[in-house]
Design a protein around this ligand. Structure first.
Ligand code: ATP
Length: 300
């Protein structure tokens, strides 16, 4: 029995690994099939530069269903400007980001980056110039080192440590059992929500993108962690064009421009101050959130 138990145990481990790999493959496959085929362009976007110019004109879009998701959205961001997109859940904020990333074509309307039609840009150069900090960062079952370097595999160790320091992640890594060689992710050490977001921020620092997109980057964090992570995001955003998609208005109130969306359209646009004095939807959203935060105040 002893002779047979070891191989059986080994087969058990093998089966578990195989099953996990199939699940990972299934996940990857699902991502691939949900991305409709978009033709690649031939113009290279500059990889370095002070931000990026974005011009979207009259975007209309629907997914496969017949329901219109974007209904004539226009927006402009100048190099180095930060814009915020706010509005109720499902109004189309992330869909604008997906069009910018060229996951889908608009049904109507144009999108220009640095005055070049998005459809003419090469996907590789587009994705090379943009970094995203999503709401829920995906960590691979690999070392923390490789999880950071994923955004620029050719980066050297000094650059990776520098990025982790800029993201305020380095000290936490030094506390981990094997430092940068600690396995994190699905089957490794579980990182806290704040640490995961710092990995995403370290990846973005390493990439040094011209356009930074933060899609609800801090909304899953508790208020203390949110304040800390926002500080590093502020450093990261300096000198770049940024798009922030957010629910909590106190996190985007300093943006150069705030776009308020409802049901696929931009209904208000301006600075925090402009929008407050207009006394419209944004002002109402602000006062109801302020009331809520008075009840649950943000830490100083
Ligand atoms: P939230 O604040 O909740 O993230 P949002 O404003 O970012 O919402 P989107 O994610 O842009 O909204 O979604 C807009 C609408 O499009 C929603 O009704 C959503 O259900 C639908 N939608 C999003 N992605 C897809 C998809 N891949 N296929 C079909 N419908 C989709």
């Amino acid at each position: 029995i002893l002779q047979i138990s070891a191989p059986l145990q080994f087969l058990g481990f093998l089966y578990r690994d195989l099953r996990q790999s199939l699940l990972d493959l299934d996940f990857l496959f699902n991502i691939l099939i949900t991305r409709p085929s978009v033709k690649d362009g031939h113009i290279e976007l500059q990889k370095v530069g002070p931000g990026m110019k974005i011009q979207a004109e009259n975007l209309h879009f629907r997914y496969r269903s017949s329901r219109k998701i974007l209904n004539g959205v226009s927006l402009t961001a100048n190099p180095g400007e930060s814009i915020a997109i706010v509005g109720p859940s499902g109004c189309g904020k992330s869909t604008i980001v997906k069009l910018l990333l060229r996951f889908y074509y608009p049904e109507l309307g144009t999108l220009f980056l640095d005055n070049i039609d998005l459809q003419l840009l090469s996907q590789a150069s587009l994705h090379g110039a943009i970094a995203i900090v999503p709401q829920d960062t995906v960590l691979f079952n690999d070392t923390i080192y490789h999880n950071i370097t994923y955004s620029r595999p050719t980066a050297c160790k000094t650059e990776i440590i520098q990025a982790a320091k800029q993201a305020q992640l380095h000290d936490a890594v030094m506390q981990m059992p094997r430092g940068y060689n600690t396995i994190v992710g699905e089957r490794g050490l579980k990182l806290s929500g704040g640490e995961k977001q710092r990995v995403a921020i370290a990846r973005a620092f390493l990439k040094a993108p011209r356009l930074l997109i933060c899609d609800e980057a801090t909304s899953a964090l508790d208020s203390n962690t949110e304040v800390e992570v926002l500080k590093t995001l502020k450093d990261l955003s300096s000198g770049r064009t940024c798009i922030f998609v957010a629910h909590r208005l106190s996190t985007i109130m300093h943006c150069d421009k705030i776009l308020v969306m409802d049901n696929g359209s931009i209904i208000e646009e301006g600075t925090h101050k402009d929008l407050l004095s207009r006394g419209g939807t944004y002002a109402n959203m602000w006062s109801s959130q302020e009331l809520k935060e008075k009840r649950e105040p943000l830490p100083k």
